[in-house]
Design a protein around this ligand. Structure first.
Ligand code: NCD
Length: 311
């Protein structure tokens, strides 16, 4: 039995085959419409979510399966003091696979260690968000044809943004990636990730102004300032509108630069940008469904080709 806690839990070869499967699922919906008939996905969300939870549920329904779960800690027995370990032992009796989001870093790992069914980390605090990373990688691979040789700018809250942390780690395994980290001083990439980048001799720079670098980027990955992880509201208010991608700023970018955002957007991308052909964030949300379909099918053992090779 395999779980998904970090994007690195899958080898590069396994990810490639997972993405092939997701692309095939997009093209041939009927072929996969019943592969999970009779199976149940539990979505255990101790933190708010729209896309992640609903895309997991849509993914399972697209495969013919059913879903059950809760969307906030207050409607689960966590509010009575039940531990994650006990909850997952019980969920193991009701469902075949579980997607879990939790505000505490490491909580889904604790669950995985006690679980009798595959557990997917659907976001743990400011730590990791592996299925968003799978979504990001599938989007880039499908729209550009490759996961190598590009310059990616990650912009916004690089300190608390778990999607950024997961994506950097995943991209470190591909060739020719240049990272440009764009953030205010207070929201810079955590030191443990900088150390990892240095150890892997990655090509990276840290800057404050988006305008200074936007012209060099092939991909711009915008993120929201993570209000819920701030210690005080004043800092949030001071930093929340530090970056706003407008039409004027986009005019300085390459004609084929891709704009990604894990969503939800607050103010950091002006709505006028949505009609620009470079805006790919709603397509990205759609790819989130296909990659979660492929992941569920794989972890439930219905796509043995994803895991069957040694690499
Ligand atoms: C992200 C998250 O939850 O970390 N959202 C998502 O799952 N697409 C990004 C965010 O909340 O800013």
């Amino acid at each position: 039995m395999r779980h998904l806690m970090s994007p690195l839990d899958f080898s590069v070869g396994e990810l490639n085959r997972l993405f092939d499967l997701a692309n095939d699922m997009e093209k041939n919906r009927d072929k996969y419409a019943h592969i999970c008939d009779g199976k149940k996905l539990a979505t255990c969300f101790y933190e708010p979510s729209t896309r992640t939870r609903l895309s997991f549920e849509a993914a399972m329904m697209n495969l013919g399966g059913n879903v059950l779960g809760f969307s906030e800690a207050s409607s689960s027995s966590a509010s009575k003091g039940e531990s994650v370990s006990d909850t997952i032992r019980v969920i193991s009796c009701y469902a075949d696979i579980c997607a879990m989001r939790h505000p505490k870093e490491g909580a889904p790992m604790v669950a995985a260690s006690r679980s009798l069914i595959p557990v997917i980390n659907a976001g743990d605090g400011g730590h990791q968000h592996p299925t968003q990373t799978l979504t990001d990688l599938l989007t880039i691979r499908t729209l550009t044809g490759s996961l190598e040789n590009f310059t990616i700018g990650l912009c916004g809250d690089l300190k608390f943004g778990r999607t950024v942390h997961s994506l950097i780690r995943a991209l470190l395994r591909y060739k020719g990636i240049k990272f440009v980290f764009i953030s205010p001083d207070e929201l810079k990439i955590p030191d443990y990730i900088i150390t990892e980048l240095q150890e892997k001799e990655a090509d990276f720079t840290e800057v404050t102004k988006l305008e200074d670098v936007i012209g060099n980027l092939d991909i711009l990955y915008m993120t929201r300032v993570q209000r819920e992880r701030f210690f005080n509201e004043e800092d949030y208010i001071r930093l929340k509108d530090f970056y706003v991608l407008t039409k004027e700023k986009l005019a300085m970018a390459k004609e084929n630069m891709m704009v990604l955002h894990p969503l939800p957007r607050v103010n950091e991308i002006s709505v006028e940008v949505d009609d620009d052909p470079r805006a790919a964030y709603f397509k990205q949300a759609q790819y989130g469904v296909y990659v979660r379909m492929a992941l569920i099918a794989t972890l439930l053992g219905f796509a043995p080709e994803v895991f069957d090779k040694e690499d």
